[in-house]
Design a protein around this ligand. Structure first.
Ligand code: H2U
Ligand code: ZN
Length: 355
């Protein structure tokens, strides 16, 4: 295929993980914008906020007390979406009114006691603390016999619906495989059955060879704007070694995961010199007791911003009714992110050079 020509011609790209198409319209990037302008987010400037539910020593919204924690802090969500004990109910009238109860555990993990310390501004030790907490949460939840899936995710910024500016993520564990991991599971399994290799290992090799969509990498991880990206600056973080879940990462790889997450989030913040909003999360093997050797650990970043800190992409119209669509090509997005500095803009001196 002539990939060069794709960069100026409307076309569809196939997402092999979700087995769906995205429409790419590169000829449309100059389209004028007279629509919604968002307020740029103002990053929290205080290390401790007496009114924050998640700061150490404060009272939470539900009335519980947050202890004076000094590193990471995980607690059961005071307003959980799922409950561990529910009556088993199932309904399937005519295959049309289908419902069933699901049980689950929802937790919140504060990344640090500091109200203003986001992932891109953490040092290696602080990042390692977050990664160890993720691994600890994943491992302990995975051991619960009825837990079949553990989802770790971070909503960063008001634009993504985060309800609190204190850096944190959520962890939802439940008894059934949710929609998107289930679709990825099917794709990874059928690729393995057909080709006797791993879809994401093979994909990463192609991307490393071509390099046009690689944003950054280290010895253990690579960040790529996927060929089939939907969001303007969407990225995929892939482990270079075939590991099925975070708990399989070796000592050195855990440090390198912190390094790669810091580097991609600094690039994101630098892109529009703002606390770049996103939803991110890890996809890992199901936790039903089977080995799931075909699974390949990865993280998705889905940021909504399009052309500045104040203009976002809306998933509306054609996207809601027909198919996802993008104007900026994944290759241009990768090039933009690649040219960003890995010194955070807030750490630069007034002269503009890194401090
Ligand atoms: P988000 O910012 O991603 O919405 O996550 C914050 C979560 O923290 C949210 O699910 C919980 C909310 O229910 N929370 C508590 O459990 N206790 C509180 O005191 C505040 C927020
Ligand atoms: Zn706080």
């Amino acid at each position: 295929m002539n990939f060069e020509k794709l960069l100026s011609t409307p076309h569809k790209r196939f997402n092999p993980l979700l087995r769906e198409w995205v429409l790419v319209s590169p000829q449309r990037t100059e389209r004028p914008w007279q629509g919604k302008i968002e307020q740029p987010p103002s990053p929290p400037s205080v290390a401790y906020d007496p009114n924050c539910y998640l700061c150490p020593g404060n009272k939470r919204a539900g009335g519980k007390q947050t202890p004076p924690y000094t590193a990471t802090y995980a607690f059961d969500n005071d307003f959980p979406a799922l409950l561990p004990e529910v009556e088993r109910l199932q309904n399937g009238q005519n295959g049309l009114l289908v419902a069933q109860t699901d049980r689950g555990i929802c937790r919140v993990l504060c990344f640090s006691p500091r109200h203003d310390l986001t992932i891109p501004r953490m040092n290696a030790k602080e990042l390692r603390g977050v990664i160890d907490a993720w691994i600890g949460q994943f491992s302990s939840l995975a051991q619960i016999p009825w837990v079949r899936h553990v989802q770790i995710f971070e909503n960063r910024g008001e634009l993504m619906g985060a309800s609190n500016p204190h850096p944190h993520c959520q962890i939802w564990a439940n008894a059934t495989l949710p929609n998107l991991p289930a679709r990825e599971d099917e794709s990874l399994r059928s690729y393995r059955a057909e080709k006797h290799s791993c879809l994401l290992c093979d994909y990463l090799q192609l991307e490393l060879l071509r390099s046009e969509r690689i944003v950054c990498q280290n010895d253990a991880f690579a960040v790529v704007v996927p060929f089939w990206a939907v969001w303007p600056f969407e990225t995929l973080v892939l482990s270079k070694r075939h590991a099925t879940s975070l708990d399989q990462l070796k000592e050195e790889e855990r440090g390198l995961l912190g390094d790669i997450l810091r580097r991609i989030t600094i690039r994101y913040d630098n892109l529009f010199e703002t606390a770049f909003p996103y939803s991110m999360g890890f996809h890992q093997r199901p936790t039903d007791g089977q080995p799931h050797e075909g699974w390949h650990l990865h993280a998705h970043y889905f940021p909504p911003l399009l052309r500045s800190a104040t203009v976002r992409k809306f998933m509306v119209g054609y996207e809601l009714l027909a198919s996802p669509q993008r104007d900026l090509t994944p290759e241009s997005a990768a090039a933009r992110l690649r040219e960003m500095s890995e010194n955070h803009y807030l750490d630069r001196s007034a002269s503009g050079s890194p401090s």
